[in-house]
Design a protein around this ligand. Structure first.
Ligand SMILES: Nc1nc2c(ncn2[C@@H]2O[C@H](COP(=O)(O)OP(=O)(O)OP(=O)(O)O)[C@@H](O)[C@H]2O)c(=O)[nH]1
Ligand SMILES: [Mg+2]
Length: 247
């Protein structure tokens, strides 16, 4: 595999998957794609097989037999990418909510900067085009405040599905066991990466958020109000675990 591998978790994405744009990103950005078919029951597997077939060896896919949720799909993909010898790994949503050119910019930042983690951040600045439904935006602000309190690090947006990680022993250790949270796993992953107590890990200076110029809320999200509530509970559980057992 190439030095940079982008994991794309896919659950019933036959309709939303932006296959050609992802392949173009791989070609132009000199990276490999690893699709994780998360037990899809629609035509996702067929679409992925076709994409892999015309990727010139730049895409592969991992199939999970039953649906395990985005957290486990991403973890399994990242683990596979690390084991394949990649030096920089990351993940992005199949619907390209974070557009391909923005992903390319994040990859560039991660390659260039001396940091361990680069995260896309949906900051609504004048001059940028972050199209999110108002309810999502405000719920997101509440969630980010909770995430910052839980982590003890000020972070604007933990839930944007575009992140890159330098491959280090700290990252490998963080991917070892499944996440306890299904919907707040990005926060749980960060909690595993940040040094705490005597455990080695990153400081806030090792992590950067890059404000995105463009981001789109793509219809067809499978994240409903129930999942949003569960994400809140997940956050409380993460904060609790950090305070009580330090991990
Ligand atoms: N919802 C969901 N997504 C999954 C699952 N497994 C993998 N994914 C992938 O995770 C990515 C994000 O899915 P979305 O349903 O858009 O959820 P989201 O982006 O976290 O939330 P929204 O802000 O509502 O769009 C997509 O690439 C999905 O295919 C799963 O079990 N459930
Ligand atoms: Mg989405």
């Amino acid at each position: 595999m190439r030095e940079t591998v982008l994991v794309v978790p896919c659950y019933n994405e036959a309709a939303r998957l932006r296959g050609d744009e992802l392949l173009a990103l791989a070609r132009d950005g000199d990276l490999d794609l690893l699709f994780v078919d998360d037990g899809s029951t629609d035509a996702t597997a067929e679409r992925l097989a076709a994409l892999v077939g015309r990727s010139g060896g730049q895409a592969s896919f991992l199939r999970l037999e039953r649906n395990q949720g985005k957290a486990e799909a991403v973890r399994r993909g990242l683990k596979r990418a690390v084991e394949s010898g990649a030096r920089l790994v990351g993940y992005a949503d199949a619907d390209l909510s974070t557009p391909a050119d923005e992903l390319a910019r994040l990859v560039g930042e991660a390659r260039r900067r001396r940091v361990q983690v680069v995260m896309g951040s949906r900051v609504r600045l004048l001059g940028s085009d972050i199209a999110r439904r108002p309810a999502r935006h405000y719920l997101g602000r509440i969630f980010a405040t909770g995430a910052s309190l839980a982590l003890g690090v000020a972070v604007y947006d933990t839930q944007c599905g575009a992140k890159l990680f330098r491959v280090t022993p700290v990252l490998s250790a963080a991917l070892e066991r499944p996440f306890a949270s299904r919907w707040a796993f990005d926060v749980e992953l960060l909690s595993r990466l940040i040094a705490r107590g005597g455990r080695p890990g990153y400081t806030a200076a090792d992590l950067v958020e890059v404000p995105l110029q463009r981001w789109r809320d793509v219809l067809g999200s499978k994240l409903g109000i129930l999942a949003a509530c569960r994400a809140g509970l997940d956050l409380i559980a993460i904060a609790w675990r950090l305070r009580v057992s330090g991990r």
